[in-house]
Design a binder for this molecule. Sequence first.
Ligand SMILES: *[C@@H]1O[C@H](CO)[C@@H](O)[C@H](O)[C@H]1NC(C)=O
Ligand SMILES: *[C@@H]1O[C@H](CO)[C@@H](O)[C@H](O)[C@H]1NC(C)=O
Ligand SMILES: *[C@@H]1O[C@H](CO)[C@@H](O)[C@H](O)[C@H]1NC(C)=O
Ligand SMILES: *[C@@H]1O[C@H](CO)[C@@H](O)[C@H](O)[C@H]1NC(C)=O
Length: 446
Amino acid sequence: MMQRWNSQRKKTHFPLLTLFFILFIVVTILHHERSILQIQEDNSGHAHDHQRTPITYVKPNLLNHGNRATEVLDRFSRCNSTREYSGRKIAWADGEPNSGNRKERSESCDVFSGRWVFDNTSYPLYKEPECPYMSDQLACHKHGRSDLGYQYWRWQPNDCNLKRWNVHEMWEKLRGKRLMFVGDSLNRGQWISMVCLLQSVIPADKRSMSPNAHLTIFRAEEYNATVEFLWAPLLVESNSDDPVNHRLDERIIRPDSVLKHASKWEHADILVFNTYLWWRQGPVKLLWSAEENSICEELDGLGAMELAMEAWADWVAKMNSLKKRVFFATMSPTHLWSREWKTGSEGNCYNQKMPIDREGYWGSGSDLPTMRMVENVLSKLGSKVSVINITQLSEYRKDGHPSIYRKFWEPLKPEQLSKPTTYSDCIHWCLPGVPDVWNELLFHFL
Ligand SMILES: *[C@@H]1O[C@H](CO)[C@@H](O)[C@H](O)[C@H]1NC(C)=O
Ligand SMILES: *[C@@H]1O[C@H](CO)[C@@H](O)[C@H](O)[C@H]1NC(C)=O
Ligand SMILES: *[C@@H]1O[C@H](CO)[C@@H](O)[C@H](O)[C@H]1NC(C)=O
Ligand SMILES: *[C@@H]1O[C@H](CO)[C@@H](O)[C@H](O)[C@H]1NC(C)=O
């Protein structure tokens, strides 16, 4: 090779080329040696890992651990000590079901891909001041937002139409049933939206709302139906299960049990779950049920969320799917960096008045590895779960967040007030607004 190549070139280049060739050989050999070394290191590392921590599978949602009832986590729970993640994973109690395709697959139209269309004749579906159950966190008009364009958008799927919202038809679907939303504050927003959508046709003396607690219940007497919200931001049991006092530096979960929450949600007929943002705040402490001395392990948010999703999926796999419908709402996007949709800008969702019209726009707030993990877990459940894939359609709605137009629980400092972007809420959604459409999707699939 070398010889043929040389014979085709002028002789004057030869010394330089030889030098390059020798250099090349030396570099190659060195590199080769290094990679062999690395391989050896990897091997010994693996062997070491295997000896120290063989992968064990834990069956989730067990009531007894050697006749020992596990202590319930609350905000006072602490880890005795913390060690590295042992690699333990969740194995469904009955193995993974061989259930058929997901329901959506058989439907020809993908209602989650489409665009937002300005429609101020049919929207909003209710008026903010007319809903007595509105939250001060989401009532943007009441808290000073004067541009109301965010209320007037309709979701238009590309290849079909969404079923038109019909409050009486929805109540007929709910007659004699319990509809329960389970999750974090984003899911609570969807629940408030649903209550606001439904309540107007029920006379004031025929409806009631229980006080805000772990489980909050809206009742409509004449339909013998309830629309409920269960606070369970991490789905599995955790030290953050108090809806008010949950601000904690150390997040501890029971990665192998949803039983505490399931005891409340198991009576529901229609369940809508979500979980996402609480896993995005750094490592999580795991306290396995079999652990007797409160010794925790530490794992990154995505890994911990996967354990929680598996423990939750084990419950869903075991339930009687003839009696229940289960939905899972995918991650709700945030709009914290305006440079993601407008290069060079330095803001966030504050003062954004229009949706993004770039098809397929995806910001950094929606984590793709999380989506793949969720997709994988849900697909193992087959037809036992239906997906409400809100992520892409909500990604377009940078205009839909409260920003500064909501009640803030802590007083704002002058330097914050002078720079609105510093305290804007670009996570939750104004009502009426985007979550109403999530509920129209739920209505579409019910
Ligand atoms: C709807 O929007 C159009 C265009 O902005 C405006 O001319 C019209 O008055 C609006 N109608 C209602 C009912 O708000
Ligand atoms: C009301 O609904 C519950 C189920 O949520 C059912 O057990 C009960 O029998 C119903 N009551 C009436 C009067 O229909
Ligand atoms: C903490 O660990 C020690 C031993 O490792 C044990 O004796 C003690 O009971 C543990 N404390 C709790 C609260 O579990
Ligand atoms: C939701 O839709 C996105 C595309 O917008 C897709 O990549 C993702 O896999 C879907 N998630 C699930 C859980 O189906």
